[in-house]
Structures are given as structure tokens and as C-alpha cells.
Design a protein. Structure first.
Lengths: 337, 337
DNA sequence: CTAGATCACTGAACCGGGTAAGTTGGCAGA
DNA sequence: TCTGCCAACTTACCCGGTTCAGTGATCTAG
């Protein structure tokens, strides 16, 4: 089946290609009557401008890129990315931008993908997640002058916009809440230590614990997977000075930790209180439902997409704090027995 | 920063644009010596062909599309789609095809997206999931002659390729296993009834139950969400003739069912055995770990991508059964007390 | 020794939009 | 009546690849 082009419309309307282009793009240069006629014809024959032709002349690809740098088995289960993606879509779809996805194995490979996308003019900008301290991707993005938005931080990203949530405030709130319940021995199972937001959380956790005079607080590093979450939890629970509450850096590890506690015959929240980070449906799914540090991930994604579109339009964008993180108490936290 | 084009390479190599194109694409028409020289220059200056220009002349966009038709809150938690996506990527990345994603609200909107993508020449083919009986998307894809692969079935998709797994065999195996353990009252919580594979499973479930002489078997329809899974489970467990085993159509509902059982004071697997469909890490994360009907979703996705690339290349592709589904027994199933 | 084939390459058209520069026709003002 | 000006177009070229029809030069066969 032949796709209609502006030439087809021009022929039917009895005008030139140029007039059709002006009419469809809301440019001056055609009368209102002609514009309406042209738009009607375009609608009638179901015209969509060839994105390649448009990108070739106009320089906009009307697509943004996202790379996912996690092994398949983690990607699947972590609700975070899908939440983010559906947030992007809400914004991008409205502006008829497409989202191009690429799964990669390492930040180095991610850099290659950025270079390729840029060279191919496939995308107008990228969304960067899992930002690290001294991230290798930042200088490349600046060199290529590829519009970008970094999710996570706050940290040093030079001229590149970033969106972050107040992780430090959130973990402070969680610790205060646990202390108010009567907990003294609070542990934490963290995500990948190299990531910037993990470092922000660890620092804030140490600070609030110190300021509240808590001793024996410990952060066990893990990697967001269920397996590592179980392992870290086991290590914490077999020790002599068992914590009475554990804060997990994501929901998956928290659920895994809950299972370990149950398997060891500990009652949650009687013997152990559990707080999860990121409140996905997963948290309400298990028994007892998990107290969580909630934030609206979709809204977070939508905001990131908006900022990126601004950056693509050449508008200067800066350092934005998105949405509030708030503690949602559920059945997994209680005063210690 | 200026992007290098073939004209730049041509100038530096002292040949014409055409020669460069032949050289880089492995076409005959240049000597080996010249080809090597041109490729070396391209590498040196970091050349990537402009995808828009290529798509415009060559007719290939080197991208495929995937629409996700689930509300955000389900998308996030269901490991299925991410597993599928990482499978696609493994294949597509190797052939340097891009994956374009769009979240939609309904099959009708999906049809619109297909039409737009086709009109814009944005993609070379699409992967269709969640296929229904008499799916509205099938005739549109045939009308547009858009290369496609349908995941799920088997069913009537006309000339469009499909990939499916032996769901009927899998559920038969699960029922036989439960009966062998001594269960007589087996219930099932299904996914969305309109979907083709749900119907396939329901039919097979009814047949095997009938042939084994089981009575009081019941399928409660749900929608893959945890909430519906809980509701359905509660309904089954408060009845007088309580089932001793439940088969769930996905992992999320199974986990929700487990929580409901625990909340009602029933022991799993003592009072209730649970079988989940699709063995994501979620199943091993909870306590007890769930017996599951496993299949390699990534491999499934990779196979689908391969078939789609074949379809795009004009190779005739048909009806393919992918991978085996097999029962992975874990702690959630045991003989009834 | 020459017609014909083959090789290695060039030049130009083309894909389908965007857009700067040029061309009408109509009307106002001097 | 002529100039000037503006709206409403048209013309023509650009973007960066692909591809087809040449074009010399070299090779081969009769």
C-alpha cells in the first residue's frame, strides 16, 4: 500500500508542495481557506509526515532515547523502570515523541550507544539513570552536546539538567519514625554503592543515626536483587546483636528480606520491622504489607520527560527536585517486642 | 559539533559519495584496497550513517515497534514485559535495530499508533502482544501490510506470524502434578478472559479436570493485578468447599494469593498449595517460594524478534512454538493435609 | 589486433519533507 | 497611470544517504 506524501496532497489541492508544508505546520504563507482545505485533505487520506524526511531536513528526529543498564533478571522484576517509562510516555506521547529503548551491559557500552544514536541522528536527547559519582557518561554527553536529563542526584553534572528526589530527607524521616516506635538497633540494606543516590542515602543515614545517638547502626551493601537482599538480611539476622528494624533501598530486597525473616521463624513486625524504598504494588502484595518510602515514580518520569523536551527546545533547564517522598506506614513496622 | 557524513569520507578518500556507500555496505563496485581505506577513514572519524537519510532512500527505518497496553501500575510490577523486552534487545541490538516503545490505553489506540508509525515510516515492523479472539489489530496490520509477529495463541492471525508456547500442555502438567500429590479440589485464578491464551488455558484446564474426573473445579476470572488476585483468592477460600490447591495465571496474582492465605491463617502448602504461571524471580523471593510453570521469557522474546526480522526481510514466517514450559516445584505445593 | 566484457569508479537522480528566494496579482496611494 | 507593497503562492535547492546509468581503463578471447 502506497503511503500518501505531501505531493499527493498538493496534487489534490491544486497547490505546490511548499504550500502544503506551510499549511500543515501552521506557518504563514497560505490563506486560511487554503490551509483548511489542505488540512481536510490530509485528514481524509490519512496523511502522516514521513519521520525520516522530516528528520533529514528539519534536524529533529522527534524521538528520545533511554538505556537500561541492568541484567535482564533484575530489570524484569524491578517496578522502578516501568514506572518511569510510563511516566515518560505520558509526556512524550502528548508531543508525539517516540521513546527508543536499549538494554546495555555497562556504562561504557551506554556511552557507545549514545555516540551511535548521536551519529545516526536517531534521537534528539537522552534520559540518563543510575548516575554514579564521576560518571563516565557526563563528559561524553557534554562533548556531543546531546540534550540530556539526569535522573538521580543531586550531584555534579555540569551543564546537564538533573531531576532528583529528596532521598536524604526521606531516610531521615524513616529513621525518626523507627526511633519514635522505640527502635534502637536499625540496619540498612543498600543498593549498589557506586550509585550517587546510594551515597546520598548512606551519608544521610549515618548522619541522622549519629545525631540521634544510635549505635551499632550498619549499612550492608547489596545490589537491588532479591538474592543479595536475602543474603544481606541473613547476615544481619544471624549476628548476635540483631537489628530490630531494617531499611531496604528498594522494594524487591525488602520483600526478599521479609521472606528470610519468615523462614527464620521471626515475626514481622513483632521481631523485626521492615521499611522498603519505593512503594510499588509489590509492597501491598505481601503479608504483612510493607511500610514504604513512597514517591510517584510515574510523575517523576513525566517531569523528567518535560525537562528533556525543554532542553531539546534549547530552553535552559537546571536542577529540579521532583515530588515529595513520604513514609507510608503499613503492617511491617511496629514497636519492638 | 558537526557530524561526519559520507561526503566527508569521500573527500578525504578522494573518491565519490557513491563509492563510499558501496564500500561501507559491502556492495560490489569498489576494489578491496579502496574499501579498506574507506572503512579505515570511517572508523577514524567515528562515522555513523544518518538513520533518517538511510530510511528516506533505502526504505528501512531499522527500528521495530512495541506497544504496551496495560495501565501503569500493572506494567511496573509484571516482570513479563521487561523479560520480553530484554529478549528482543538481545536480537535487535545484534542487528543494530532500535526498539520503539509506546504505552497505550486500549487496543483501539494501539491501532492508531500502528497507523501513525506506518505513515511516518518510523518502524519496519511491530510485535503484537495480548492477542484476543478476533483481535481488531490483525485486520489493520494486514491492510497496512506492516510486518508483524504476534505473541500468544495459537489462534487465527491470517498471514501474520505467531509465536506461542504450549500453555495447554503446561496447565495439564500442573493439574496432573497436583492430582498426583493427592489434590481433588483444584481452582484456578485466570487472567483477563478476553485474551486468547487465557481461553486456551481455560479450555485445557476444563478438559484435563473432566478427564481426570475432578469435580468442583472452578476458574475465577481476574486481570493479572495483585488486587484482583487477592479478591479472587479470598472468594475461593471463604467458600464452604474450599479448594486445596490454586493455579494462578501469573506470578503477581500468585504472590497476592499467598499473602491472602497467610492473612487468613492458612498454611501454605499445608492447607493450600499454590502454583504460579511464569517463573520470575518474584516466585523465589517470597516464603515459601512458589511452585511455578517456568518458561524462558527472554528466549521467547528473542525468538519473536528473530521472526520479526525475518518477516521484515520478506522471508515467509509461520506459526512457531517457542521453548518448553515446565513445572518447577518449590515449597508452595505439597500433599493436602 | 580488435571487439567485447569486466572492473572500478563517477555523476546524477531520487527519497519526502523544509524553507529561502523569487513570482504573481491585486490594491492603495501619489 | 505608475510605483510600491503585501499576501499568497511557486520554484528550487537542501538534508545525507542509496542506486542506477554511464565512462574510461584494463583484460580477455577470437
Amino acid at each position: 500500500m502506497k503511503r500518501p506524501t505531501i505531493a499527493d496532497i498538493a496534487r489534490r489541492a491544486g497547490v505546490s508542495k511548499g504550500a502544503v508544508s506551510y499549511a500543515l505546520n501552521g506557518q504563514p504563507g497560505v490563506s486560511e481557506a487554503t490551509r483548511k482545505r489542505i488540512i481536510a485533505i490530509a485528514q481524509e487520506i490519512g496523511f502522516n509526515a514521513n519521520s525520516a524526511a522530516r528528520a533529514l531536513s528539519g534536524a529533529r528526529a522527534r524521538a528520545v532515547g533511554l538505556t537500561l543498564c541492568r541484567p535482564a533478571r533484575i530489570l524484569g522484576i524491578e517496578p522502578w523502570f516501568m514506572g518511569l517509562i510510563s511516566g515518560f510516555e505520558a509526556e512524550l506521547g502528548a508531543q508525539s515523541y517516540a521513546l527508543t529503548l536499549q538494554v546495555v551491559a555497562s556504562p561504557e557500552q551506554e556511552v557507545e550507544v549514545y555516540r551511535r544514536w548521536w551519529g545516526e541522528r536517531r534521537i534528539d536527547g537522552v534520559i540518563v539513570t543510575d548516575i554514579r559519582a564521576d560518571d563516565v557518561r557526563i563528559p561524553v554527553l557534554q562533548e556531543l552536546q546531546l540534550p540530556a536529563v539526569v535522573i538521580g542526584g543531586p550531584g555534579d553534572t555540569g551543564s546537564i539538567a538533573q531531576i532528583w528526589s529528596d532521598d536524604a530527607g526521606a531516610i531521615t524521616e524513616a529513621v525518626r519514625y523507627l526511633v519514635a516506635l522505640g527502635h534502637h538497633r536499625i540496619a540498612r540494606v543498600s543498593g549498589v554503592p557506586g550509585l550517587l543516590h546510594t551515597q546520598v542515602r548512606t551519608k544521610a543515614f549515618d548522619e541522622i543515626c549519629a545525631s540521634l545517638g544510635l549505635e551499632n547502626t550498619i549499612t550492608v551493601p547489596a545490589d537491588y536483587t532479591g538474592e543479595e537482599g536475602s543474603r544481606a538480611t541473613r547476615r544481619l539476622l544471624i549476628g548476635g546483636d540483631r537489628p530490630s528494624a531494617i531499611i531496604y533501598d528498594n522494594d524487591v530486597m525488602a520483600v526478599a528480606g521479609l521472606a528470610v525473616a519468615q523462614e527464620m521463624g521471626l515475626s514481622v513486625p513483632g521481631d523485626l520491622s521492615i521499611v522498603a524504598w519505593d512503594d510499588s504494588p509489590l509492597c501491598s502484595l505481601v503479608h504483612p504489607p510493607l511500610t514504604a518510602l513512597s514517591r510517584d515514580i510515574s510523575a517523576y518520569g513525566a517531569q523528567a520527560a518535560r525537562e528533556l523536551l525543554n532542553a531539546i527546545d534549547g530552553k535552559r533547564v537546571g536542577n529540579v527536585e521532583a515530588g515529595r517522598v513520604h513514609l507510608t506506614p503499613r503492617g511491617s513496622t511496629a514497636p519492638p517486642r
